[in-house]
Structures are given as C-alpha cells and as structure tokens.
Design a protein around this ligand. Structure first.
Ligand SMILES: [Zn+2]
Length: 121
C-alpha cells in the first residue's frame, strides 16, 4: 500500500480529531455532569448545573429552587400542601422533587452513571 503525502495529512487530522473528542468527553464527564432539569406541566423550563450555587425562580415565581453544595432543594412554594418544600435535597441521578399542585418537577440528570456519588455524599 502506497500512501501519498495527502493521505498522511488526512490520517493525522483524523487522529487529532478523534483524540480531541476523547479528551473533551473526559473533560466534560469529569466536570461533574450532574444537573437538574426543571419541568413545568411536562415541559422543560430549564436545566441548571448542580455545581453552581444559585436560586431559581420556577413557573413565574410559584416555586423557588435553591442549588447549594451540589444539592437542589425547594426553598419556597405557594402550593397549599408544601410537600415539595418538605422533600429532602436531591443530588443523585434520577432523584426528584415534585410539586403536584403547581405541576413542577425537578429532576437530577447525569450524562453518565457516576460511581463517585457515594463519595461525594
Ligand atoms: Zn409544592
């Protein structure tokens, strides 16, 4: 098999791109992929990183979610039952806080299942 210079350049580009994609994937994966998805009435209202401390007003202010120390907790809600406020903070993949009266769902999503959950908890 005889390779021309052009072929070698092509091979080099493929290797670099593949390496870069692998590197980026690892980088993003290691950077705490967990985030919370906020849904109102079944529609996604926003996605927020658990790694960033913040306060989120949901559904025009009926619910207030607080993200702190990689955990999300419903801080305030105007629903009559206050069940969502009383739910414990969520941080692990597939954990959720649900406010039935306001149709608000907050769910933790992770791009990959992390075996480090037990450690960070
Ligand atoms: Zn509620």
């Amino acid at each position: 098999m005889h390779l021309k210079k052009k072929d070698w350049v092509l091979i080099a580009i493929i290797i670099v791109v593949a390496g870069l994609a692998f590197f980026l994937h690892n980088l993003l994966g290691a950077k705490g992929a967990n985030c919370v998805v906020v849904k109102v009435d079944g529609k996604i209202e926003g996605t927020y990183s658990l790694g960033e401390d913040q306060e989120i007003s949901i559904n025009g202010g009926t619910n207030t979610l607080v993200i702190k120390n990689n955990r999300a907790k419903m801080k305030e809600a105007d629903c009559p039952d206050q069940l969502c406020v009383n739910q414990k903070a969520i941080s692990k993949n597939n954990e959720s806080i649900i406010c039935l009266p306001n149709k608000v769902v907050v769910e933790v999503e992770s791009s990959e299942n992390s075996e480090f959950d037990a450690v960070s908890n």
